[in-house]
Ligand binder design. Structure first.
Ligand code: NIG
Ligand code: FE
Length: 401
């Protein structure tokens, strides 16, 4: 059988098939044509391939390319100063209420050109790519006005032309209340629903719509309006929910068929049941949990018992998770949340793809999917979760190259 490339002598973590487990194939081979996997399985059962290029993996492990399904990668400035304030006792919420937090990054972002936003995001993107990331979600939400939100989304899309990586964009206009609307959150939500979502949809700049449902963000009622406006434009939704308190955002998101609800430290049983029913992915963000020194754990056992799929992501952002390592994120998910190795790996591959609605495209080594691979110098998959600060990536393949 003709094919472009074949990777022989490989150990595969396919993540395919059953919901649980890594789907390991020990003496494996993987073949691709036109950027798509055409075979991933036992060498002994493979058809005879006539490949243009053969790559001997010398027993290395191949996983699906990693997927970072929740980031705020594009933003102006940084918040190192607020980090210092927090070290001296201020809380994240106090800083936000005093006009810092998201609004301070808003000012830096509004002051940056599209080119500057791209340039400042590239080192962060490169750090993720260097660890095998092949797909990344990038949110807006630091512009908080139409032109700046559009600029962020254009910068995010542009990153996908500067580097060989799949970029999925999410419009997060309802991330914080901009100062122009102080005291008039409903007025700002009017603008998000009636002006921004239609403009972003018309420009084709967003693949989904997100909001921050929280005391320092927006109410459940306001979030529901955002979801209705997104649905009117055919855009899927997701939500920052139950990060600092329980506003029942996850259940609301699930009722709107959300792809994912994210953070979830304060999630309750009703929220879990609603997510299970709707097939909404629980995206856990251990970097933010760690960095704000949260002590309330997301309800992992109850999520497992309900059969909710769990993804994990960096939440790369300047305020609560200045994290650009998905490998370290897996280690944090294991250490802080007690996720298993299998759950961590599913969280950055198969389930992360589901959180982006890309489950037919990437996230497992299955014939028909995009040939997105990470090839590792490791003895066993657990090493990807176990180490802190060592990068054993040997090679990365995106869309077959
Ligand atoms: O995911 N929770 C809201 N959004 C970000 C934080 C953004 C910021 O502080 O700049 C998060 O944690
Ligand atoms: Fe976030």
């Amino acid at each position: 059988m003709q094919c472009d490339r074949i990777w022989t002598n490989a150990r595969l973590v396919t993540m395919a098939g059953a919901r649980d487990g890594l789907g390991i194939v020990d003496q494996g081979v993987l073949a691709a044509t036109a950027g798509r996997i055409i075979y991933a399985g036992l060498a002994a059962e493979a058809p005879a391939f006539d490949a243009i290029e053969t790559i001997d993996c010398a027993g290395r492990w191949i996983t699906p390319g990693l997927i970072d399904c929740h980031t705020h990668l594009v933003h102006g400035g940084d918040r190192a100063h607020e980090f210092e304030l927090r070290l001296n006792g201020a809380s994240y919420e106090e800083i936000a209420r005093a006009g810092g937090g998201i609004v301070s990054t808003m000012k830096a972002t509004r002051g940056a050109s599209e080119e500057q936003l791209v340039a400042s995001a590239l080192p962060r993107l490169d750090a993720l790519i260097a660890e095998g990331v092949t797909t990344i979600e990038i949110k807006s939400g630091y512009g908080l006005a139409l032109d700046a939100e559009l600029r962020m989304l254009r910068a995010a899309r542009a990153l996908g032309t500067h580097r060989p990586v799949g970029v999925v964009t999410t419009f997060l206009g309802a991330h914080a209340l901009p100062p122009e609307y102080a005291g008039d959150a409903d007025g700002y939500i009017d603008s998000v629903c009636n002006e921004m979502i239609p403009a972003v949809a018309d420009a084709g700049l967003a693949d989904a719509v997100d909001a921050f449902c929280e005391g320092i963000g927006f109410s459940a009622a306001q979030t529901g309006r955002i979801f209705d406006a997104a649905a009117a434009r055919g855009l899927p939704v997701k939500l920052h929910a139950e990060q600092l308190s329980n506003l029942h955002g996850a259940a609301l998101a699930a009722r709107h068929g959300a792809l994912s609800a994210d953070h979830l430290e304060y999630l309750d049983d009703d929220g879990i049941a609603a997510m299970a029913k709707a097939g909404t992915v629980a995206t856990l963000l251990p970097g933010a949990f760690y960095f704000v020194r949260e002590t309330k754990l997301p309800p992992i056992d109850a999520l497992r018992a309900a059969g909710v799929s769990i993804a994990i992501a960096t939440d790369c952002n300047p305020g609560t998770s200045p994290l650009t390592s998905l490998l370290l994120t897996m280690n944090m998910a294991a250490t802080l949340f007690r996720l298993t190795v299998d759950e961590c790996l599913a969280g950055v591959t198969r389930n992360a793809a589901r959180a982006l609605g890309l489950q037919d495209e990437t996230g497992t080594l299955d014939a028909g999917k995009s040939c997105d691979l990470a090839i590792w110098d490791i003895e066993r998959p657990a090493e990807l979760v176990y180490r802190m600060g060592l990068n054993p990536l040997h090679a990365r393949v995106w869309r077959g190259k």
